[in-house]
Design a protein around this ligand. Sequence first.
Ligand code: ADP
Ligand code: ZN
Ligand code: ZN
Length: 809
Amino acid sequence: MTQAAQIIVDVPTMQTNRPYTYMIPTDLVDAVVPGVRVSVPFGKGDREVGGMVVGLINIDQDLEHDAVYQGDLKPITRLLDLVPVLNEELLALSDWLAQQTFAFRISTIQTMLPTALKTASHKWLVADQAIDNDELARLFDAQGRLDFTATTLSESQVKALARLQRLGVVHATYQVNNRAQVKTNTWVTSQLNEAQVTEKLASLRANATKQRRVLLALSRQVAPQPLAELLTDARLTRADFTAAAQRGWVKMTEKEVYRDPFAQSEVEQTTSMMLQPDQQQAVTAISQAITANQATTFLLEGVTGSGKTEVYLQSIAKALAQQQTALMLVPEIALTPQMVKRVRGRFGAQVAVLHSGLSAGEKYDEWRRIERHEATVVVGARSAAFAPLDDLGLIIMDEEHETSYKQSDNPRYQARDVLLWRAKWHNAPVILGSATPSLESRARAERGVYRHLMLPKRINQRPLPPVQIIDMREQLKTRQESNFSAALLTALKQRLERGEQSVLMLNRRGFSSFMMCRDCGFVLKCPNCDNTLVLHMDSHTMRCHYCGHEEAIPRRCPNCHSKRISYYGTGTEKVAAELKQLLPTARVIRMDVDTTRRKGMHEKMLAAFGRREADILLGTQMIAKGLDYPDVTLVGVLNADTALGLPDFRASERTFQLLTQVSGRAGRADKAGEVMIQTFNPDHYAIQLAQQQDYERFFRVEMNLRHLGNYPPYFYTALISASDQDENTAAKKMFELADWLKQRLSSSTIILGPTPRPIARIKNRYYYQIFLKYKQEPQLHDALMQILEESQHLRGLQISIDMEPQNFV
Ligand code: ADP
Ligand code: ZN
Ligand code: ZN
């Protein structure tokens, strides 16, 4: 029997999106198994490319009908792994996911691997223990390392090493070639001694303020320090230190950042709590499914503070007691440090945390701990859905309605679908938890597809805080330009007097500060995209949020040269400035994408607020999540409705979810809380029902509207986008496609478009889209595949398909 390998090559095109058959050289026969990476000659020029072994076939039998002769097969050149990096489950999942999302199989495979494994990297084997075989031991250098990429090994050596790796005597490690993958911090080392600093300070010109600030900063500390720390003085910029380096005052060096910030912080050990009756019912039902190995999906609906987390933790404990593992997804780790803390507090070192803040090396380390069964509980954001846990006993998705669970780039997968697939594979239950479930999930619970568990009460019967709606239209008539209504301002003052804290949220969805000429109405736009440039006071630039284009803030209108330029919209910076005027004594922490871009800044700012170093936390949506501080007694939403006007059928749902979530942040402890929502649409049902915190009513009203509009959950949706540098080409192709689809699909399917995308041009490409709404469409998958295949032959035109899209703007 001669075996050959089926390999997915790392050439992401439609034509190569299928397994290729390769010969296995005799000395690699036992080592080549599904899930190992190899390198193979590919194409006419026999270019070396990477590949993943996805199956083995018996040439003598299986190839007969393939019309391929053994002699035609090329051999595998090199073996890149001794043991599989993807197991059988994940290989099968990658296949399913490629079908589901219309992605190439190689890209779903890559998505599952930690970065260290998918970039071109140098591989080493490291001995963790003494190797008792002399011949093998000699392969390792004095540091116990073997350069696997550069060393040629014999068949028996490969086999023996593979055995050692499986036994945990050696492990593989990767040196990532791509420097960009390595997280670094800039460190600043002073080149001046104290006397020199004093001397330089004395000799500075009076107007050399920047240099003076740098020197003063250096005089405070001689030891090397991170640039980020020096920049906490907002008047200093990176450029100031670069200039100082050019003068020879300091040296700037890049240091790799190693540790997971969460691993360092001390976590307090906790134990199971006595459950409330509703919690007990939920845990009992989930435990039964865990014991019976049933892939039941539970929708755990409970208002903020109803004790969902305790239900998660006790259910995880149940799975662990059964020697199984648990996987928990949270929307975004950086925003939910409390959740990680609580899981770590209960399960300690067996918890692995996967998130985007980790360097490639750190991620690989966590991944390896999971693979080796050292970590049995995984908490992570979207991509952790692929954590290589064996024997899953329970899967949890917290805040299941969050849009961040859907990846917006290729492969466009919804993590919830991945979890449900894995649950079936493992016969494990899934908990979808939320205070405001997505309409899709709630409707499934209604139909009995999911089991509905409810936690209707807050723990200790603590009432939900009263929510007051403030009509800003009235406001506009009197105190025009202000972001603050009189009522909110009074409430803020009260808090200051009482020494209590407030949270202010600015809804930035679909909203920005832009520049407009008051004489001619000119609006400054990005030269590459049809997108308004956003004002950034930090860097004093106008920036495009799509392509990153940046330019100076104009002093005169580029169109009519008028000086009467206004800035519209309310960025957090503008609000912060107004706050300073209105309440000069208030200490304000401003949290938005600009102030939290640097790693660890989220945690730092939240911690500072928790230590009561500020009176007011002002921020964008990001503050709505996971915030839990006892001294916050006032939550103000400055502009509830900016998202309502967006061309997105989920606009009301998102507004309702956000307002409900942020309202839950007030009065979490014994002090009574209060919520104030400023809006220009006080009568809108999403705002009214958020005020009443009435999810059930909202669900009914919104379902009715979705029914009338033929939207999900009554219909499934798909979005086909075409882009081209030439607008006509994109439009013409899409009109052809729409006609073709009309003939091909059933008459009950609704085809909308083609229309230009709301932001029609991005990075100099024009976008057109067709939106499909369908109930039952057995032809759809084939039709869409055909569209993709044919588009391969069209030069310049790019087509993408997004099933159940979440983002329309
Ligand atoms: P949710 O996740 O639904 O927002 P939490 O799990 O954060 O709610 O619970 C809110 C608060 O109630 C937390 O401080 C938690 O420690 C506490 N809590 C939860 N369950 C219990 C219980 N059974 N007995 C006492 N306190 C509880
Ligand atoms: Zn742009
Ligand atoms: Zn003008």
